[in-house]
Design a protein around this ligand. Structure first.
Ligand code: FAD
Ligand code: NAD
Length: 448
């Protein structure tokens, strides 16, 4: 596809996160598309600048400290101390190159960057600072923002972006929420020695994960000193001489910092969606199975979508690269998501992919569920990291269709089996895969 009309671009992206830039890079590499991208903030969006990359950089010393604790007296003497300020400084150092590097590769692939806040004017036009940019197709990839609590004193609450820039270690931290961000940041802070209150809205956390594993994770956080309180509804925040009081239906929690981790809402306001007729609600922009909105020339991708798969970086990448194939006429098929893995980067981690344990247990006529204790896995014993459980799910013909694990290496374990599920590798063919030994992938394959 090339410009065949009076529009300036073939494709104009609104936003430059993974929901946009991976697809734009691939489209630009084809060489015959005119592409523009509008970004109001840092190029690369949430994940590189204030999401996954920043978070995992902060988690590195956390994992290392747990590993050193496990190896005490087994070749390691002394428990390292996390230097909070230095950890945050290192996180900033490793992510600061990302927006520049992403913009450089976009430009090298022919993408024209337009810096500023964009708003739709009509089905083919985005206005930025008074200038109109036109395109055959527009992709809305504006991401999501932190959910605000509507309580008195909400202005004293901090969000995940603030946490990732918090250079002074809180003595006591209160976290509201029980999703990914709440438990991951609780794990980071508690390991560094901060006293953490983790306030769950319900009687559990991480509701999309296998609950016995979540209960085990919460118990391990309690063992590290985290004060977990269930069924909490926040009511008001008050500033005190030493910090803040969070008043709730379960009493008052005093701490020097409060993290509001109650979810993220799609960025749909002030984009001109109503004016142009793009349908959306509080769950996000509505699209058909080709990621096309109610306005045929406008598509949407990433966290801003109303979608059933997780609001994750890999799903945003998958959507933006699907759109590239669609625009390049390399496919006309509906989007079909592969099995989407997800991990909670706590210590221990929980990760899962494919058919869930609950689904499998509800349908014993279709699935076989195999539970494995990892205590005896030799490689993990050598790492002294053999506390954990894995559950593998097979269909009646013996094909692997799902897996979930809790362990310090659950992310690596689940990552190692994805092709078996996605490519429907039969039990015999699995023997054709030679793994590296000894590694987590060889240990994991032993359980299949
Ligand atoms: C703390 C945190 C940790 C996370 N950890 C993980 C993880 O470990 N693994 C994982 O898979 N996912 C993780 N995620 C989720 C992941 O970051 C998102 O799913 C992903 O970044 C979504 O990409 P996106 O392109 O849809 O949106 P974004 O990356 O948010 O990009 C949207 C962009 O659009 C821009 N924009 C918005 N409106 C306009 C406008 N009108 N004009 C111009 N520009 C505009 C914004 O400035 C932004 O740059 C995490 C998220 C957070 C917040
Ligand atoms: N490891 C990862 O893949 C990862 C890590 C971090 C974030 N993310 C993504 O970032 C997004 C945001 O993560 P999150 O953890 O903020 O959201 P989430 O939706 O996972 O969790 C929100 C939590 O807030 C609670 N909550 C909602 N309203 C509340 C209220 N009024 N009072 C108290 N608690 C309330 C919910 O019960 C839930 O536990 C998600 O889309 C997630 O997919 C992913």
């Amino acid at each position: 596809m090339m410009v065949t009309n009076d529009y300036q671009y073939d494709v104009l992206y609104l936003g430059s996160g993974h929901g946009a830039f991976n697809g734009a890079l691939a489209l630009g590499a084809k060489g015959d598309f005119k592409i523009g991208m509008v970004e109001a903030d840092k190029v690369g969006g949430t994940c590189p600048n204030r999401g996954c990359n920043a978070k995992i950089a902060l988690d590195m010393p956390v994992k290392l400290k747990h590993e050193a604790e496990n190896m005490q007296g087994k070749g390691i003497q002394g428990i390292p101390k996390i230097d909070w300020a230095a950890n945050v400084a290192h996180e900033k150092e490793v992510i600061k190159v990302l927006p520049g590097a992403i913009e450089e590769s976009l430009v090298a692939n022919g993408v024209e960057m337009i810096h500023g806040y964009g708003k739709l004017v009509d089905p083919h036009t985005i206005r930025v600072a008074g200038t109109d940019y036109t395109a055959t197709n527009i992709v809305i990839a504006t991401g999501a923002h932190y959910h605000q609590l509507d309580i008195p004193g909400a202005e004293f609450l901090h969000d995940g972006t603030d946490f990732l820039s918090l250079s002074v270690q809180p003595t006591e931290l209160t976290i509201v929420g029980g999703g990914y961000i709440a438990v991951e940041f609780a794990s980071i802070a508690a390991t560094a020695g901060t006293k953490v209150n983790l306030l769950l809205h319900h009687d559990t956390a991480l509701r999309q994960f296998y609950q016995p594993f979540v209960a085990d994770l919460l118990q391990q956080l309690v063992d590290q000193g985290v004060n977990i309180v269930k069924n909490v509804t926040p009511e008001a925040v008050k500033k005190t001489a030493n910090g803040y009081d969070l008043q709730t239906n379960q009493g008052t929690f005093s701490s020097d910092w409060i993290l509001n981790a109650t979810g993220r809402d799609p960025n749909t306001s002030n984009l001109g969606l109503e004016e142009v007729g793009v349908a959306y609600d509080q769950k996000g922009i509505k699209v058909n199975d080709h990621l096309q909105t109610s306005v045929p020339s406008i598509y949407a991708s990433g966290d801003v979508l109303d979608k059933k798969v997780g609001r994750l970086t890999p799903t945003a990448i998958y959507e933006s690269t699907y759109l590239t194939k669609l625009f390049a006429h390399e496919t006309s098929a509906a989007i079909k998501y592969p099995a989407v893995p997800s991990a909670v980067f706590t210590m221990p981690r929980i990760a899962q992919v494919g058919v869930t344990v609950d689904e499998a247990k509800q349908h014993p006529e279709t699935y076989k569920v195999v539970e494995s204790d990892l205590a005896g896995d030799w490689f993990r014993v050598s790492m002294r990291a053999n506390r954990g459980k894995a559950i593998t799910i097979f269909d009646q013909e013996g094909y692997l269709v799902g897996m979930t694990e809790i362990s310090s290496e659950a992310d690596n374990a689940i990552g190692s089996i994805l092709p078996f599920i996605e490519y429907h590798i039969d039990p015999e063919q699995m023997n054709d895969f030679i793994t590296l030994f000894p590694t987590i992938s060889s240990e994991t394959k032993n359980h299949l």
